[in-house]
Write a protein of this length. Structure first.
Length: 207
């Protein structure tokens, strides 16, 4: 990603995600790209939208879908990812409007993935910076992706991160050690609500 994302930009995107989901659920309409969208948010960029449901003191994943590659503008990718996370994540039933008062929005704006090149697959672990890097594992028609914040939340080391990324893609945990498996890494800027529809904070995982 060639640009810096400000906290105001982050607030804009979080507000857009909530508006997009509510418009879809209540009016059955797709949110258009807002007038006055900052030009830098119109640059092509990968993004993931994560929805977490808060119940008491516990947090549960409610949906997470996005665009790993910079295929379309960030603002358009955010709108599409919001819709998909709320209604098309195959792991969950679609979100209903009454849930939104309990849902925290988190947006991960991605740097372009870079393939990790090593002579020996065992050396992949040396090239991964947990807490900074996200991973994509690709083998045949299978692909798994985990965002940089995931291994931090689960307290994984680099090897556990690779194992779980393989399993996320429907592969065996040790598939990253097999010849022909491709590993990519990326980083991201995270903007998220601390409480549903509440204060928004920004965290730069690239640093």
């Amino acid at each position: 990603m060639s640009f810096e994302l400000s906290l105001d930009d982050g607030r804009f995107l979080v507000k857009l995600v909530r508006k997009t989901i509510m418009m879809l659920l209540e009016a059955r309409k797709k949110c258009p790209v807002p007038m006055g969208t900052p030009n830098k948010l119109k640059e092509k960029c990968g993004v993931f939208v994560t929805l977490n449901s808060i119940k008491g003191n516990s947090k549960h994943l409610r949906g997470c879908i996005g665009y790993p590659m910079p295929e379309i503008s960030l603002v358009e990718a955010t709108i599409e990812s919001a819709i998909n996370s709320a209604t098309r994540d195959p792991r969950f039933n679609p979100v209903i409007s009454q849930e939104m008062e309990h849902i925290i929005i988190e947006i991960s704006v991605l740097t372009p993935p870079i393939q990790i090149m090593v002579n020996d697959p065992k050396n992949f672990v040396k090239e991964i910076n947990v807490g900074h890097d996200g991973l994509i594992v690709e083998r045949g028609g299978y692909k798994g992706l985990l965002l940089p914040q995931v291994p931090v939340e689960w307290n994984w080391d680099a090897e556990e991160f690779l194992n779980n990324c393989c399993m996320k893609g429907g592969l065996t945990p040790d598939a990253w050690l097999m010849k022909g498996t491709k590993i990519y890494k990326f980083s991201c800027i995270i903007v998220k609500e601390l409480t549903p529809n509440g204060v928004v904070v920004l965290e730069d995982m690239r640093k």
